[in-house]
Design a protein around this ligand. Structure first.
Ligand code: 6GU
Length: 240
């Protein structure tokens, strides 16, 4: 796994990312140069004085489309700045993002992410650039920016040295070979409003604690996400 991934984000609203990148784990990863995030305002590639990025769809209908002659030159210029990297285009029609997809992306050195707005892109953007179209779930967002943040955050957690504890992502739910939910966790106080911490966790018996955690994970998965267990046992195959 490479120690630095560069994310290039193409958006009409770079300031959406400011708070996100300036707090907590992301802030630390950027400061430690474990990741690099470069924000590009696509409007900078518009040459007319009104910086028009969108236009009405041929054939009529609601909404506006991002213009092919604005978006394509912008992506091409950014791709040519270094090795082209992996090009993602966020759209609700894309391949659904999940932990396995994130693990795949974490092996890349460069990820270029194209964020749509309005009703989407002129179809020729995809025809010309042949990006990987990515969705983060079956619902509609105003644009791809939130999706790009989801991808950055999920992928950066997989980079060595980003998380404080080297092991702290190895047992994350949904990572490869771990299609089971995390167990329950407790900290002090031992009792609160009559709710106690399970006795076994206070016992110091590490073998029994490990066993309790395994059982708890399985139980929680059965209750909250039985679909994960069906997939894990091979009764039906995962969609991604
Ligand atoms: Cl990537 N974009 C938009 N606009 N809506 C979405 C999405 C992306 N993923 C889920 N819904």
């Amino acid at each position: 796994m490479p120690s630095v991934i560069c994310f290039d984000v193409l958006t009409l609203f770079p300031s959406i990312f400011e708070g996100f990148l300036s707090e907590s784990v992301l802030k630390g990863a950027l400061a430690a140069q474990k990741i690099e995030v470069r924000l590009h305002n696509m409007r900078d590639w518009a040459d007319d004085k009104h910086a028009t990025m969108d236009d009405r769809p041929f054939g009529g209908g609601p909404g506006m489309l991002l213009k092919v002659d604005r978006v394509v030159p912008c992506v091409e210029e950014i791709q040519h700045q270094q090795q082209p990297g992996r090009l993602l285009m966020f759209t609700p029609q894309g391949r659904c993002f999940n932990q396995r997809f994130a693990e795949e992306l974490a092996t890349e050195q460069r990820i270029v992410m194209l964020c749509g707005r309005y009703e989407g892109f002129d179809e020729r953007v995809a025809e010309i650039l042949k990006p990987e179209e990515v969705s983060i779930g079956d619902y509609i967002l105003n644009g791809g920016e939130v999706a790009a943040m989801v991808v950055i955050e999920t992928v950066m957690r997989l980079i060595r040295g980003v998380l404080g504890d080297e092991d702290s992502n190895r047992f994350d739910s949904f990572s490869t070979g771990n299609r089971i939910l995390d167990c329950a966790h407790y900290t002090r106080p031992r009792e609160y409003r009559g709710f106690s911490v399970p006795e076994i966790l206070l016992s110091g018996n590490h073998a029994e604690i490990a066993q309790w955690r395994n059982n708890n994970s399985l139980q929680r998965t059965k209750e909250k996400r039985p679909d994960l267990l069906v997939t894990a046992s091979g009764n039906s195959s995962p969609k991604n």
